[in-house]
Design a protein. Structure first.
Length: 254
């Protein structure tokens, strides 16, 4: 495999991407120049609003003067500040953070950017892909609902495209899990993701169908062939996930 020493790699995702997992395998195997990963566990694509402790909390923008931070919490909680940080844990905010870190000089501009989001998205929040793709501009476009997967995907992809015009974008689908019901949800989500990726002319990497991680060999709540708990890849699973993503990125980057 050719090395790409001068290529900077940006990444966003959830707990399957946070830290040094599949994307770090891509970074190492392709010998990329940098690895700027803003993934946070429990994240979703879209903004959210929730009632907590008698208050209504809604996802903030990263540059808000009173920005509360980002939390990867997921267990039940009735603290309004903690819930606000959880609402901030979405791709929309992650991308704002990513751009801020590049513009501050902390990280270089990406040549490749990969999204790996959607495992935690809810069916009722998928949204309308056709509507989300309406129009050319992001600003003032009422068709782009950032509280849906479809709208947030369109916004995140186009925002990266506008800030980094020479960057090649890839979108990785969620993996199969040990739970058939969760996989059925993901299969519906793939329809939305495929339409948004097609409409934005970005490469979708189908990890759900082609990564080698299969529900039949995984254990709900326990360790299987590639997943440590039926959802998150263990070391062997991370390596397989990364090898597949690296191959797809390498073969399609040029």
């Amino acid at each position: 495999m050719d090395v790409l020493h001068n290529v900077n790699f940006g990444v966003d995702g959830d707990s399957i991407t946070a830290g040094n997992q599949w994307s770090y395998h891509v970074f190492q195997s392709l010998a990329l120049k940098s690895h700027h990963n803003v993934a946070v566990g429990s994240a979703v694509w879209y903004k959210r609003t929730v009632e907590c402790g008698g208050k209504t909390v809604t996802t903030q923008d990263y540059n808000a003067t009173d920005f509360a931070g980002i939390s990867d919490g997921w267990e039940p909680n009735d603290d309004a500040h903690e819930m606000l940080m959880r609402m901030n844990n979405c791709a929309v905010v992650h991308i704002q953070k990513f751009i801020s870190e590049v513009e501050s000089g902390e990280y270089p501009a990406p040549d490749i950017f990969a999204f790996a989001m959607g495992t935690n998205d809810l069916v009722e929040c998928f949204g309308d892909a056709e509507k989300a793709l309406t129009g050319k501009e992001l600003d003032g476009n009422e068709n782009i609902d950032l509280f849906t997967t479809a709208g947030a995907m369109r916004w995140c992809i186009q925002t990266i495209q506008e800030h980094f015009p020479d960057c090649r974008i890839f979108v990785l689908t969620p993996l199969q899990t040990a739970t058939p019901e969760h996989n059925a949800k993901t299969e519906k989500q793939l329809e939305v993701m495929r339409k948004i990726c097609g409409g934005m002319s970005v490469q979708m990497i189908d990890c759900y169908n082609n990564s080698g991680i299969c529900e039949k060999f995984e254990v709900i709540g326990g360790e299987g062939r590639y997943l440590r708990d039926g959802l998150h890849p263990h070391e062997k699973g991370q390596a397989l996930h990364g090898a597949y993503a690296a191959k797809e990125i390498r073969n399609n980057y040029f």
